[in-house]
Write a protein that binds this ligand. Structure first.
Ligand SMILES: Nc1ncnc2c1ncn2[C@@H]1O[C@H](COP(=O)(O)OP(=O)(O)OP(=O)(O)O)[C@@H](O)[C@H]1O
Length: 235
């Protein structure tokens, strides 16, 4: 369970102070698939960075399974990022001169998984996201944007994190691959009890999430009732 409590993030912009995250509070039960939509510049990426402990709030807190990120020392925050979260972020780049399969194996290496098991799981994950088998050993910088996106998703799943934070996970994908990614995320939240929060402009992705939020100038509102949302996911 993730509890976001009165989260505020301000930045100085010249002599102005802007507040892309302005008193945001919500709770997500474990296993929920949720989305945040909002205009460019409304604060979506800033909010995801705070949830992933990539940035610190000006005030407020994020509490993950009863543990407050605000009171966590930096070394523990690093572990939290590595072990408990899967990031699918544009700026969280893959390593360009490593192969797809090596990129997916990397988080498992940090987690101490043996090489044979790492390789097998990485191959399975790349199959799940439908990357051509002959591209598994291709270097990242020789894959298309959409293919790299699929590798990033496979890598985020590597350590079976409790929380996946995804910034436009279907952004570079054609409709069919995008649909498949949406199904994959739904199945993960349903079958593996993974909490997934996606920031998206993709209406069909947002419509399939159990809970839908909108961010407007740093303020978060919930758009869906729980009943409708459940019907959308299971139906
Ligand atoms: N490190 C920073 N320093 C100063 N201002 C920042 C910083 N990061 C973000 N901002 C500003 O905060 C606001 C929100 O940015 P953010 O990237 O969160 O928006 P977004 O909703 O994710 O936009 P997009 O959909 O275009 O990715 C913007 O006005 C941006 O310029």
């Amino acid at each position: 369970m993730i509890e976001v409590k009165n989260l505020v993030r301000t930045f100085k912009s010249g002599d102005r102070t802007i507040k892309p995250v302005n008193d945001v509070s919500f709770e997500l039960e474990q296993g929920t698939l949720a989305s945040i939509v909002g205009k460019s510049g409304s604060g979506k990426s800033t909010l995801l960075s705070l949830l992933g402990a990539l940035d610190k709030p000006t005030s407020g807190d994020v509490v993950v399974n009863g543990v407050s990120l605000a009171s966590m020392p930096d070394a523990k925050l690093t572990n939290y990022r590595r072990r408990d979260i899967g990031f699918v972020f544009q700026q969280f780049n893959l390593i360009p001169n490593l192969s797809a399969v090596d990129n997916v194996m990397l988080p498992m290496e940090f987690a101490g998984v043996r090489k044979a098991a790492r390789l097998e799981r990485a191959r399975q994950l790349l199959e799940q996201v439908q990357l051509d088998p002959d591209k598994h050993v291709r270097r990242i910088n020789r894959l298309s944007g959409g293919e790299q996106q699929r590798v990033a998703i496979a890598r985020a799943l590597a350590n079976e994190p409790k929380l996946i934070l995804a910034d436009e996970p279907t952004g570079n994908l054609d409709e069919q691959t995008g649909e498949h990614i949406i199904e994959l995320l739904s199945a993960l939240s349903r079958d593996h009890n993974t909490t997934i929060l996606v920031v998206t402009h993709d209406r069909s992705l947002a419509n399939k999430t159990e809970r839908r939020f909108r961010l407007q100038q740093g303020r978060l509102t919930e758009e869906t009732t729980r009943t409708r949302a459940t019907a959308a996911v299971t139906g």
